[in-house]
Write a protein that binds this ligand. Structure first.
Ligand SMILES: [Zn+2]
Length: 294
């Protein structure tokens, strides 16, 4: 399997071919050693990326938590496995697994696997459907507002069943619409008398929240333009019949051996501020308070 084939399976690109063997060699790198991760990539060879119907077996060593993988050593006699990341050798291994029936994550060809986690007892119904909040500037010109309302109404009618929708409009006041109330239109009106400094409500000020959430911004002269309509519809396209082609509340956790420290992450993510020893003093991108979790 060549690099391109491996990347197509794992969604990981390693833009370097040799590891710097010394500290001066590492310091002389012009481009930091990095990994480009595409966690939502659809594998082109799904048969090479097994879906395991159980939770990962994780190292119990404090501050580690690495999952069982092809580089782990299994000691069947003592029913233990050694962690390749921290060296802990006393991790209990399920005795039900015979040497000739190793779990798939130990196969040398399965450096990446996916887990289908069992229901969380704390959340037996799952995390619930996503919620979409539409916030619309009602001071927009009437003809523009009509076009936008038609687009939003069209979109709402095509949403998969179960998705929660909220509508907020604002002009001199803020109107929170109670879409679930039947019988008449019910709205909660909030006082809009608040002074904002000019230049704090523009597109530039929204750049950070858009970037860290993987959001999108469309610049267009009119809601009538096909550019807006096609982008708006593309954002809410469906995957199959019951799902939006979106993903929510993902957490990325990086576990490293002690020789490797993480400088940070670039991309649509924000730090969860969980501290451990895997973070470098040198910070790049999104890293707050020495954390390896986004
Ligand atoms: Zn470990």
């Amino acid at each position: 399997m060549d690099f391109a084939e491996l990347e197509a399976v794992e969604g990981l690109r390693w833009p370097w071919h040799s590891w710097p063997p010394t500290t001066p060699a590492a310091a002389s790198l012009v481009v930091p050693t990095s990994v480009l991760c595409s966690p939502l990539q659809h594998p082109t060879a799904p048969d090479l990326l097994p879906l395991l119907p159980y939770a990962p077996l994780r190292c119990a060593s404090p501050g580690c938590g690495a999952a069982l993988n092809p580089f782990s050593r299994v000691h069947h006699g003592s029913a233990r496995w050694s962690c390749a990341f921290c060296g802990a050798a006393a991790n209990p291994f399920p005795r039900l697994l015979a040497p000739d029936a190793l779990p798939a994550e130990l196969f040398p060809t399965h450096s990446s696997v996916e887990y289908l986690l069992p229901p969380d007892p704390a959340e037996p119904g799952g995390p619930g459907p996503p919620a979409l909040v539409f916030v619309i500037d009602a001071a927009t010109a009437a003809e523009e507002l009509t076009v936008l309302k038609d687009e939003v109404r069209r979109l709402m009618q095509g949403l998969p069943e179960g998705i929660r929708v909220a509508l907020v409009t604002f002009a001199a006041s803020v109107w929170v619409h109670d879409l679930g109330f039947e019988g008449c239109a019910r709205v909660v009106v909030l006082n809009g008398e608040r002074e904002l400094e000019s230049d704090k409500v523009g597109a530039a000020e929204l750049r950070n929240p858009i970037e860290v959430t993987g959001g999108l911004m469309v610049h267009t002269e009119s809601f009538e333009y096909e550019q807006f309509k096609s982008c708006f519809r593309h954002m809410f396209r469906r995957e199959g019949t019951n799902y939006l082609n979106m993903n929510f509340n993902a957490t990325i956790e990086i576990v490293t051996s002690k020789e490797v420290k993480i400088c940070g992450a670039l991309g649509p993510c924000i730090s969860l501020r969980r501290k451990n020893n895997s973070v470098s003093d040198k910070e790049i991108g999104e890293v707050y308070d020495k954390v390896p979790t986004w």
